[in-house]
Design a protein around this ligand. Sequence first.
Ligand SMILES: Cc1cc2nc3c(=O)[nH]c(=O)nc-3n(C[C@H](O)[C@H](O)[C@H](O)COP(=O)(O)OP(=O)(O)OC[C@H]3O[C@@H](n4cnc5c(N)ncnc54)[C@H](O)[C@@H]3O)c2cc1C
Length: 423
Amino acid sequence: MALTRREFIQWLSASAGMALGGCASTEETAGAGRVVVIGGGFAGATAARYIRLWAPDIGVTLVERNNEFISCPMSNLVLGGNTRIEDLTSGYGGLRKHGVRIVRDDAVAVDPDKRTVRLAGGDALGYDRLIVAPGIDFLPDAIPGLKSAEAQSRVLHAWKAGPQTVALRKQLEAMRDGGIFVFHIPMAPYRCPPGPYERVCQVADYFKRAKPRSKIIVLDSNPDITSKKGLFLQSWDGVYKGLIDYRPNSELQDVDVKGLAVKLTFDSVKGDVLNVVPPHGAGNIARQAGLITANQRWCGIDWRTCESTAVKDIHVLGDATLSAPAMPKSGSMANQHGKISAAAVIALLKGQPVFQNPAIMNTCYSMVDGRSAMHVTSIHKYDPAQKTMVPVKGAGGVSPKATEAEGTYAWGWAKNIWADALG
Ligand SMILES: Cc1cc2nc3c(=O)[nH]c(=O)nc-3n(C[C@H](O)[C@H](O)[C@H](O)COP(=O)(O)OP(=O)(O)OC[C@H]3O[C@@H](n4cnc5c(N)ncnc54)[C@H](O)[C@@H]3O)c2cc1C
């Protein structure tokens, strides 16, 4: 009896489920295939939702360690006292309504040969295609003084929105007027190029209102402001004049937690509140799964499908990827990776042709105070000759200046992308 390709895939899915025996007992059976997504952030949630929207006959299980989604975009405003973390928090109920099965657990191991994902809770999930979208994890050996949990609870990064964001806000509130906030930025590439400079604006906005004698020292590992330089300088040299001491080429050696000091190559900078964003790479599960291909940090992918260049049938999205030239690690991009991978995974599971020329758009707003924002935007298109995404010349650009109108657009962008990812 001749099987159609679809019937063959159905038969394969069913027999894979049988082969997994007990470990597959918690899984849904799905007509056209089973997809497991690790990570319910901007990338993974979008991929899960769009697979179900475009192919309801594919079973999608999303593994996420947190109960709720908390948005990094707009989280700097919590530090400035310009919004609350609750305003950036959503549940996963919208995805459930689309038929995505949500498993709240930690994915601890991937076995690409058996096509299973093992969970901390003991279960294992079988997949036909796996999507790995774990965001970032900090490099454990990068800062000796921040190895212990106790040290990490005192010198915060607040670079994953959530409890650390709230705790850093509390440290700023508790700081005396006349105190010094020392903020260290890692070398690019890091999550969200303009994010650190937006943070400086938000803390400056708070100090200007509540602690006008205080100062901000920005220790940047990079040789210069890496994004929207002219626009950030407009506000640093304008409304925040005298508040911000920006020091480029400030490579971090260590952090003295007891002495509250950031140690640089030739210098040590003391503060009342330290905020250090450690160097980071793809989330740990990507490392465990053998997906890291570049600088021991990032995962190389084929940009037409987001499929890993290292391991077959596994797609990697979002901040964990080795960025294409001039492509930022942003929620905007992660959301678009989710859509590229959703379309590709459906096509690959159904034996249909994969779209060969994806083009995606990035927009990043930065709020300079509680109301005004400015943006940077770019378009990235797949170039078959270079086998990567390249920025489209002449497309995109930056705002001429921060305005309140753009502040409204920034909130509109945030609410739209949360809805697009989470339903
Ligand atoms: C302060 C700040 C401001 C920012 N502002 C903007 C902005 O204005 N615009 C913009 O576009 N971008 C912005 N970004 C960047 C944006 O937040 C990231 O680029 C985006 O979150 C990346 O999406 P992701 O899905 O790759 O990772 P994430 O959104 O971090 O999602 C990863 C998810 O995977 C889960 N996870 C990880 N490992 C496991 C595991 N093993 N098992 C189960 N679950 C796991 C995590 O819990 C998390 O929910 C900002 C970032 C910061 C820090």
